[in-house]
Design a protein around this ligand. Sequence first.
Ligand code: GLU
Length: 320
Amino acid sequence: MSPIPMVRELAQITRLAPSPTGALHLGNARTFVINWVLARRHGWRVLFRIEDLDGPRVKPEAVGQVQDTLRWLGLDWDGQPTIQSDDFEGHASAVGRLARLGLAYPCELTRREIAEAASAPHDGAADPTPSTRPDPLAPSDFDRPDSNWRFVSPDRAVRFSDQFLGARETHPRADAGDFVIWTKRGTPAYQLAVVVDDARQGVTQVVRGDDLVASTGQQVLLYEALGLEPIPTYTHLPLVVGPDGRRLAKRHGDSRVEHYRQHGVPLERILGLLGSWSIPNQPRTAMDLAEFAGRFDLDTMPRGPARFTPEDDAWLLGRC
Ligand code: GLU
């Protein structure tokens, strides 16, 4: 008789990866709380990574604030936080590898210039490939880190299975053409940095807002081109929108968690509002993190975006 094979559950790892571009609003908070709840329920290790490469929008003072807000919400993580810009060598060497494979090339054109060229009347069918893509593609050295570098996006669909959205298909070349992986500021672009970091840190579970679904296709292409593993399992959650249906932003008033905290709004009210958006038939009632965790179920979470209304704001502030 053959021995019974040992089934070993591989350790699962997720990450909280805020960009310190401003204080967390209620929409970001909901995504982080759900990510954390799923992680603690399933025994995933939780890493904390500060994504400080988000171009000129990063605010150094926001680094500490974001951590403080997440701690106030009751979230914790395993080990010390890491800072994305610390792995500069890893990011640069990944671009070097792609260049040597003939899969990355320097290009100064902006997205707008490429789009304009593609839609020029004499141009026939729109082609998102910049005219600067080398033809034929040739291996090169990553010798101009002060230039934008683009990834040679193959003309094919990428399929992945999303834990919330189900089977998804994206077409990175149609969506984003030969997308930028290194910027002329001398820093890696988000798409590249997130893949290199997640792979290096062994991240297996990515939970984030569904505004990043299209990016997932680009990221899977980079995993494949770089031969990196594991490609994570993705869970994309609906965003929170304002009363006008547009994603939550300053135009909807001050929806930062810190704004409510400064007004003395108890944590349980914030979590109660997030719960009313995330748990079916859950009225706005104060709840603590354990109650949220006990009642939340990804399978029954409302599919559409949550709507932050003036009544929600008044309830948080105890005005109704
Ligand atoms: N840093 C990104 C953000 O705050 C998240 C990126 C990701 O989860 O891949 O939107």
